[in-house]
Design a protein around this ligand. Structure first.
Ligand code: DX5
Ligand code: ZN
Length: 221
């Protein structure tokens, strides 16, 4: 069985109590904190930046996974690395120089990855597999929490699983958007190992109950 990781997205957390929220979700069993950065330019919403990443950093020991939905990409990478990010991913169509952006993330001491929207082609992977620590597949269009999982993205998860296996590299395969207790098993069967969930966890009163239920589903795979 692969190592499965559950990555709650703080997008659905109570921002007025963010330190407490991330501590609670880690005590409830979260493996990673997923940190959604939106710029009201690349996506039609505006969220949080490096200051907030720095503010939550002392509250959790687990990796912070910064999902950049911003354009341009490069200028903000060193700021997030200094703010304590461990993983930084960006959308290839938002960078003019994908290879440079990936290298910049690694040069700043973080794991690097590309993010694919439901309709973004996978050909961006072709020349950069050796620079990737993670591939993030969106199962909704980026910009908002609480959207429904788009079923045809499962096929893309299978395709990327195959590409990773063929490469022989140790690359995480993360899926983001609309993941719930009732579909996480199917996403894992398609080949994902890391699962972002915002509204499924932070929207509920008992974070541990949801995370435990997700792990029970993953144990069936
Ligand atoms: C969407 C974000 C997701 C989102 C997931 O643009 O990247 O991380 O917060 O939220 P849910 O799990 O509610 O779809
Ligand atoms: Zn995200």
């Amino acid at each position: 069985m692969p190592t499965y990781r559950i990555a709650p997205s703080i997008l659905s957390a109570d921002f007025a109590r963010l330190g407490e929220e991330v501590r609670n979700v880690v005590s409830a069993g979260a493996d990673i904190i997923h940190f959604d950065v939106m710029d009201n330019h690349y996506v039609p919403n505006l969220t949080v930046g490096p200051l907030v990443c720095e503010a939550i950093r002392p509250h959790v020991q687990v990796p912070i996974d910064v999902h950049l939905m911003v354009k341009p990409v490069d200028r903000i990478i060193p700021d997030f690395a200094k703010a304590g990010a461990n993983i930084i991913t960006f959308h290839p169509e938002a960078s003019d120089h994908i290879d440079r952006s990936l290298q910049l993330i690694r040069d700043n001491g973080c794991k690097a990855g590309l993010v694919f929207n439901p309709a973004t082609p996978l050909h961006y992977l072709e020349h950069v597999m050796d620079k990737l620590d993670i591939i993030l597949l969106m199962s909704v269009n980026p910009g908002f929490g609480g959207q429904s999982f788009i079923p045809h993205t499962l096929k893309k998860v299978e395709d990327v699983r195959r590409l990773i296996d063929e490469s022989g590299r140790d690359i995480m395969l993360e899926v983001d958007g609309g993941i719930k207790v009732d579909n996480i098993e199917a996403v894992a069967r398609a080949g994902a190992d890391t699962f972002v969930a915002g509204s499924a966890i932070f929207g509920k009163p008992d974070y541990k109950a949801v995370i435990d239920a997700m792990r029970n589903e993953l144990a069936k795979v």
